[in-house]
Design a protein around this ligand. Structure first.
Ligand SMILES: Nc1ncnc2c1ncn2[C@@H]1O[C@H](COP(=O)(O)OP(=O)(O)OP(=O)(O)O)[C@@H](O)[C@H]1O
Ligand SMILES: [Mg+2]
Length: 254
């Protein structure tokens, strides 16, 4: 039976970026496989009508660690307000894969109760620009408070020593948003997607570098209770200046 899991333990990880093809489903599936490996069984909620993560799950061998799939796109997002009702009661980790374009209502809905929000970003100027608009919407529309440190960026298909990566770093630094991992362009991701597996389920010698970066993401995600405590106990927390909320972050203004 599907009932509400215990709220205080729930780790809801939302992966979003309105830019198509930036790596949302890749992150969602690899993280789901990684959480499945250690258990308890994670949930993978697919809000994208393309159904990429649902298809990945269908390709997954039943011999591999289980993942509870929810094809959430089959209902409208408004109808899934009680999304908690749709995962098993002992679920701790929930990965939410989102579609490329998300309206304001859906953005609020998707990010409600999120412990972490991950944004994969490709380091081209156009992608960084789209990410900046998405960050603005998260701050202004979904009312994500930067001081809560829920939001992090994963630079995808890039290398650290490139010009565009430097640009992305400067832009995010100006907003106090961390880049927690840098994933290289690698056929390992494509292979894992085709086979319904995660990188952590591939031959370690082949994927060492990629798995190390994925582990950086998992470490940051798993620190969500500490992040939440740090925010709760922050002394003299000043109300955020209205001007800094309302100013749309602009890529290039860093
Ligand atoms: N680091 C990477 N190296 C190589 N290929 C990658 C990498 N990340 C993603 N890809 C490939 O890029 C394509 C797009 O990735 P993915 O489907 O994860 O993006 P998405 O953001 O979910 O796209 P959409 O917005 O259409 O849902 C896929 O074919 C995926 O296998
Ligand atoms: Mg996708």
């Amino acid at each position: 039976m599907l009932i509400t899991p215990r709220q205080d333990k729930l780790n809801k990880i939302v992966i979003l970026n309105p830019k198509g093809g930036c790596g949302k489903s890749t992150l969602a599936t690899n993280l789901a496989a990684r959480y499945a490996k250690d258990g308890p069984i994670p949930a993978l909620m697919d809000f994208d009508p393309q159904g990429s993560t649902t298809a990945w799950l269908n390709r997954r061998s039943p011999d591999l660690p289980a993942i509870h799939g929810v094809a959430a796109f089959k209902k409208s997002m408004q109808a899934t307000r009680s999304w908690q009702l749709r995962v098993p009661s002992d679920t701790v980790n929930i990965l939410v894969d989102s579609p490329a374009s998300v309206g304001h209502d859906d953005l609020r809905e998707l990010t409600r109760d999120a412990t972490s929000i991950l944004m994969p970003v490709l380091p081209s100027s156009m992608d960084i620009h789209a990410a900046s608009r998405c960050i603005a919407d998260l701050l202004l529309v979904a009312k994500i408070d930067r001081r809560d440190k829920k939001l992090a960026v994963v630079a995808n298909r890039t290398r650290k020593n490139t010009k565009s990566f430097g640009k992305l770093m400067r832009f995010l630094d100006s907003l106090g948003i961390p880049i927690i991992a840098v994933l290289r362009d690698s056929q390992n991701f494509v292979y894992a997607a085709e086979k319904g597996i995660g990188l952590c389920e591939m031959q370690p010698s082949r994927v060492r570098q990629d798995v190390e970066e994925m582990e950086n993401i998992v470490r940051w995600l798993d620190a969500w209770p500490e992040r939440r405590r740090a925010v709760a106990t922050a002394e003299n927390r000043q109300p955020i200046a209205r001007s800094s909320i309302l100013r749309r972050p602009q890529f290039g203004s860093a």
